[in-house]
Design a protein around this ligand. Structure first.
Ligand SMILES: Nc1nc2c(ncn2[C@@H]2O[C@H](COP(=O)(O)OP(=O)(O)OP(=O)(O)O)[C@@H](O)[C@H]2O)c(=O)[nH]1
Length: 191
């Protein structure tokens, strides 16, 4: 099974005020934490930011779908890399770890997607998608339908819990605001 990691590092970071991918935690940028967590044969960073070039292979969103949000980033990654399964990872969940992603992949059989449900909330941006979902996603975006829930409703999905993944709910917490970032940094100093 060939896997590819898709790091979503586009978007506006409006609530954060500067590109989240370049925020620092525990001596590494958020994008580096995402790279470390990805257990994949190849990895691509989807972002318009040239500052991310030093961290790995970076490509901007496909022009036809630029500015259309995370689903556009996922389709871009699927177009850039050939793989059986794609692991999607945002750049704002620096506490995610490789062991959790490896366990996620163990559920990738017979379904089109594996999506965590953590404390009852679906986490489709830290999830695995089979290559058969690419055509579904392309058709959906061509229809101008940008909602993640709409994408999931078109797929056969295996939902897995934090217990299945032996994960701590905090590992899935994302940093959207400066307040959330300060909370994260306080945890760092408490280590
Ligand atoms: N490639 C790509 N990634 C995106 C896009 N929109 C959001 N992302 C990424 O998807 C993840 C979740 O993004 P959000 O926090 O919902 O949105 P954001 O635009 O980064 O932040 P806000 O402007 O504060 O909403 C982050 O890793 C973003 O970098 C996009 O259009 N293209």
């Amino acid at each position: 099974m060939k896997t590819a990691g898709i790091i979503l590092a586009g978007g506006q970071s409006r609530r954060f005020g500067s590109p989240k991918a370049l925020a620092l935690w525990n001596g590494k940028t958020f994008v580096e934490h995402a790279i470390s967590a990805l257990a994949a044969d190849s990895t691509v960073i989807i972002s318009p930011l040239p500052q991310l070039d030093s961290f790995g292979r970076r490509v901007p969103d496909l022009p036809a779908y630029a500015g259309m949000g995370p689903l556009a980033g996922i389709l871009t990654g699927m177009t850039e890399c050939e793989a059986d399964w794609y692991i999607v990872m945002p750049c704002d969940t620096p506490r995610m770890t490789r062991d959790v992603i490896e366990r996620l992949l163990t559920f990738a059989g017979g379904m089109q997607a594996v999506v965590p449900v953590i404390e009852g909330r679906q986490q489709p941006l830290i999830a695995a998608y089979h290559c058969s979902t690419k055509a579904v996603l392309e058709q959906q975006l061509q229809q101008g339908e940008l909602r993640m829930m709409s994408f999931l409703s078109r797929l056969s999905v295996r939902y897995v819990t934090e217990a299945d993944l032996q994960a701590q709910p905090e590992q899935f917490m994302n940093v959207n605001t400066r307040i959330e970032y300060t909370e994260l940094l306080n945890k760092e100093s408490a280590l």
